[in-house]
Ligand binder design. Structure first.
Ligand SMILES: Cc1cc2nc3c(=O)[nH]c(=O)nc-3n(C[C@H](O)[C@H](O)[C@H](O)COP(=O)(O)O)c2cc1C
Length: 395
């Protein structure tokens, strides 16, 4: 039976355990580049024991960012920052992963820590603001909620093709930088999510209407990326699988779409909500593991490996969903922000026989062999006779 600390292999990539640092936008880039900030922040989580490390949604075009201080991978000058992140993540024993995305009608925002709208949520900037732009979408329908009120541009078929090319170009840069796992962001009300949701997509051409049409954008993007992304590395996506609104994305449609994506080379599905509207029926935002049941259905009904996030930061909960084989990987967002060493801490909480196996080998040696006062490093007190040999020698 696997547990949270079992290795997980997909294609030619082996993860040292089942914990993933989930993608989180950091609003800390200049010209879309990664720098010392990202090397330090992501390197710390890799040293903390996470097996797969995502930075944030990386914009495939400048207008695919959330704010002008968000990161991207739309030009070759940005590759070196990504390469630095990949190097530190691998040096710390984890696998570097990238999430490619386009924010669609949820772009042109102010970073939330710099100000919010009257409801206390995301604030959109008007196109004429120096840090704003006109957002693009499947249909000319603004998001509406959270102050996203400015007119949006409906993409033409030609422009959709350009976006698919931008996905492929970004994937080629990601490969050059050293990433070994690629996730397409089709959730959270961004461009992929809005193409899938009837609330945002009211097109009458081949990209709108039936499930097959609403998934066409995603399938074509996967095809474009697969052309440049090697078979040996996982090609995955995060889907906004349910809008929790009778007029929005329905979960049953998501199962059909993921089946089609699998036929187009998808290796793994990361399930989330659609967030194409603020009008959700009974939003479960505070419930533990509220995506588990849906994610497990995808695992069973589509026959694909799966993962999910959302409120799985209590170690016993994260361990249980792996032991019960409900999902294959646990994605952790806020727990990774709150504690860069979450996996090592979780191993101690779960009484793992060697929690420091997740630390870099040189630290692990000291922590195993020169413990001092064991509770000071989060371990139960050790009986004096059991003090390790090395410690007795140094003492
Ligand atoms: C600050 C912050 C930024 C986020 N940015 C992204 C993002 O860029 N891409 C994405 O797919 N999800 C993003 N998320 C969602 C997380 O990846 C994760 O799915 C969510 O926080 C739920 O997991 P948790 O309960 O472990 O935090 C973000 C979450 C936070 C807190």
């Amino acid at each position: 039976m696997p547990d949270l600390f079992s290795p997980f292999k997909l294609k030619d990539v082996t993860l040292r355990n089942c914990t993933v640092m989930s993608p989180m936008t950091m609003y800390n880039s200049v010209d879309g580049k990664l720098d010392d900030y990202h090397v330090s922040y992501l390197g710390a989580r890799a040293a903390g024991g996470f097996a797969l490390i995502f930075g944030e949604q990386m914009a495939i075009t400048p207008d695919g960012r959330t704010t002008t201080s968000c990161a991207g991978i739309w030009n070759d000058d940005q590759i070196e920052g990504h390469a630095r992140v990949c190097r530190i993540v691998e040096r710390m024993g984890a696998v570097p992963a990238i999430q490619l995305g386009h924010t669609g009608r949820k772009g042109s925002e102010l970073p939330p820590h710099k100000g919010t709208n009257a409801e206390g949520t995301w604030k959109q900037l008007p196109p004429e603001h120096p840090d704003g732009w006109t957002c693009v979408a499947p249909s000319a329908i603004p998001y509406g909620g959270g102050g996203h009120i400015y007119p949006v541009h409906q993409l033409t078929r030609e422009q959709i093709k350009d976006i698919h090319k931008s996905y492929a170009d970004a994937a080629r840069r990601a490969l050059d930088a050293g990433y070994k796992w690629l996730e397409m962001h089709y959730a959270h009300g961004y461009l992929g999510a809005s193409f899938f949701s009837p609330l945002a997509n009211q097109r009458t051409d081949e990209y709108g209407g039936s499930v097959e049409n609403r998934a066409r954008f995603h399938l074509e993007a996967l095809d474009a990326v697969r052309e440049v992304w090697p078979e040996k590395y996982p090609l995955t996506m995060r889907l906004g699988s349910d809008d929790l609104n009778p007029k929005g994305t329905q979960f049953e449609d998501s199962i059909i779409a993921i089946r089609m994506m699998k036929e187009h080379g998808l290796d793994f599905a990361d399930l989330s909500l659609g967030f194409n509207t603020d009008e959700m029926v009974n939003p479960p935002m505070n419930e533990v593991g509220f995506m588990i049941e849906r994610t497990n259905r995808v695992r069973r009904e589509v026959g694909i490996t799966v993962g999910t996030s959302w409120n799985l930061g209590v170690p016993q909960n994260a361990d249980r969903v792996i032991r019960e084989e409900l999902i294959d990987l646990v994605f952790l967002g806020r727990p990774a922000l709150a504690n860069p060493h979450w996996p090592i801490w979780a191993a101690r909480e779960l009484s793992h026989e060697d929690p420091f196996h997740l630390a870099p080998p040189d630290w692990a040696w000291w922590l195993r062999n020169f413990r001092g006062h064991a509770p000071s490093i989060g371990l139960p007190p050790s009986p004096p006779a059991a003090a390790p040999e090395a410690e007795r020698r140094v003492a």
